[in-house]
Write a protein that binds this ligand. Sequence first.
Ligand code: URA
Length: 433
Amino acid sequence: MRMVDIITKKRDGYPLSDKEIAFFIKGYTKGDIPDYQASALAMAILFQGMDKREIATLTHEMEYSGETMDLSKIKGVKIDKHSTGGVGDKTSLVLCPMVCACGAKVAKMSGRGLGHTGGTLDKLESIPGLSITETDEQFIDQVNDIGIAIIGQTSELVPADKKLYALRDVTGTVEAIPLIASSVMSKKLASGTDTILLDVTFGEGAFMKDLESARELATTMVEIGNSLGRNTKAVLSDMNEPLGYAVGNALEVKEAINALHGNGPKDLMELCYTCGSIILEQAGLASSKEEADTMLHKVIEDGRAFQCLVNMVKAQGGDISYLYEPSKWVLSNNIIEVRSDKEGYIKRINALAIGEASMKLGAGRETLDDLIDMSAGIILDKKVGDKVSKGDLLCTIYTNKEDYNELIPDIKEAYEFVSSPVEVHPVVWEVVE
Ligand code: URA
């Protein structure tokens, strides 16, 4: 079999056989197939797509490209949640402790941010001392002991995705449904949880730019998960504006702490309650959405959800004093207010533009090796639907860089104003099951 024949076959729009897909994944993981051929195939897949069988085979080959985890030693239903990426998306930091406090076993492997999207691991690492590396045994013990662990994927798990995702990121081939579906689902399947809830984002700040493609991606992933015996559901959530007010690592952790104390932004909490209700039903811990919703509100009100975050941070070596006293986080040297030159109702806050600006302020990576400034980012003061007068505060930027002035016009451009009131749509548009 020759890689060049596989590339030309897909380029010309023909389906690949199971053997060809296996040849590609095995050869690329081992290092026998070079990056330039893998990126040519990724681009051909992006343009020509794949049918259901091809996507299922690709997912399977990726899942077994390395070790898989056996979580059977964890007592109870293991739940996992995965977002396809967004700006200001600190959902896992709030939702996972919430469902843990309701009795779910959260065994979650998260990723890092790249480009304009943030990653849960980076956010967690803004808590001094916290480690996201654990052996399988430590991971299992922690979930058994306190009901929750969020760690990084071990290097043995789905090595094919590690290589392929990094390659796609620099070759303009991230936004392909077969590649996203196989990347997400191979990791979720290999990490061994019983139930999976996918948060498939769409809009300016997401990889899927519209609701239709998000629905197609969600349906593809839900079908793969359910066909392999994992209870899999998805929500389609709006990422046209950043989620919540904070964008940037430590800033987002502080917002998550506030949310766990009952003071979360409306859109973030709506997403957490909707996802939480689905997860509790999936795990058999609630028999209806209403019951689940009541349970979730209760654990926020009585502090048990916050306590789950404290337990997790402590178990992973983090300094919990920051959770009790968020003012301990050192602020950036430069804190600059961005004020509006326009007036009207905010129709749009371009999440991509805000995510990119935040990354350039130091909160994200442009390449995998870049170091993150945990204190950097943006706090929005206004959200879509708000009325703004000239001179009103739009947002505050936090950075240790000195060239921030160049970014201010782009940040102002991210806001679109209209003269009449704007109807604000709920953040969750659909559930796919
Ligand atoms: N998240 C992933 O894990 N993989 C993708 O391809 C896109 C988002």
